[in-house]
Ligand binder design. Structure first.
Ligand code: NDP
Ligand code: 8X3
Length: 260
């Protein structure tokens, strides 16, 4: 039904496009003919991905090295985009991470700050830099925030991460309300287990432990999520998906998983 691209030639900005879900979103949106601003901290990866995208699709890609935790950097880099990249139609707030899977009272203040500053404050800094110009343009636009089933209920050892994703849900709801008199839509995408570098980052490079998370179950792939993100980005202007939960088979919610 929505096979044709409505967003060809339009611009999407993706945070955390160097890996996993964000990178897969870049390819899925490129497939719809969107020009892309890809961001992340690892500059070398951004340039490799730009090359790969421009080789495979007839689109333009603008890489910006960006740490979403740095409000000044966000304001400077995203608040002064070149004229041809200013008109962002789709914003994907995807950058995020978890650190550790330990009892709340053992979490270090450094890890707590990193998770909250990235998943919550970073999303706010980027959103607040982009939205005013979206409103000014007065054309249909979509903001897609990467939430999680982790935001629906706490699980053992995940309190700070779960709280950050609960915040993404409430911020998405609040922004949707605050934009109700505009043409801008806000969607909270809530995946379950997706096999990416997420667990490797969470367990600080412990490959064995990270691998175990996805054993005994067929997890989602980043491409599974990207397909839904592209579908949402490509919806007709009158169709507004507020929230969507995507889990793999044998996962019921953030804490109920059946492993063989
Ligand atoms: P990855 O680790 O593969 O990707 C995370 C991305 O976030 C990377 O591109 C990384 O880029 C970027 N990032 C992290 N910190 C920052 C920062 N301070 N500034 C800018 N970019 C940053 O994990 P996923 O693809 O799985 O995660 C993407 C999103 O999906 C996250 O928000 C995560 O919480 C969410 N999610 C993941 C699920 C899963 O099971 N994998 C399930 C539900 C939600 P770089 O290091 O280059 O800065
Ligand atoms: C990431 C998925 O279940 O590890 O949000 O929290 S989970």
């Amino acid at each position: 039904m929505y096979n044709e691209s409505r967003v060809k030639g339009k611009i999407a900005l993706i945070t955390g496009a160097t890996s996993g879900i964000g990178k897969a979103c870049a390819f899925a949106l490129a497939n719809l003919g969107m020009n892309l601003i890809i961001t992340g901290r690892r500059e070398n990866l951004l340039h490799d991905i730009k090359e790969d995208l421009e080789k495979n699709f007839s689109i333009k890609v603008f890489p910006i090295q960006l740490d979403v935790r740095d409000s000044k950097e966000v304001q400077e880099k995203l608040g002064s985009l070149p004229k041809e990249w200013k008109d962002i139609d789709v914003l994907i707030n995807n950058a995020g991470l978890a650190l550790g899977l330990d009892k709340l009272y053992t979490n270090t203040s450094e890890d707590i700050s990193t998770v909250i500053d990235t998943n919550v404050k970073g999303l706010l800094y980027v959103t607040n830099t982009i939205v005013p110009h979206m409103i000014e343009r007065d054309v249909p636009a979509t903001i897609i925030n990467m939430g999680s089933v982790a935001g629906d209920a706490a699980y053992a050892g995940g309190a700070v991460y779960c709280a950050s994703k609960a915040a993404v849900k409430i911020l998405s709801d609040g922004l949707r309300i605050d934009l109700v008199d505009t043409k801008i839509k806000v969607t909270d995408v809530k995946p379950g287990l997706v096999e990416t570098d997420f667990s490797l980052v969470r367990f600080k490079g412990d490959q064995e432990r990270a691998k175990k998370v996805y054993q005994g179950i067929e997890p989602l792939t980043p491409e599974n999520i990207a397909e839904t993100v592209a579908y949402i980005a490509n919806l007709p202007a009158n169709v507004h998906i507020a929230e969507i939960t995507i889990v793999c088979n044998n996962q019921a919610d953030g804490r109920t998983i059946f492993k063989k």
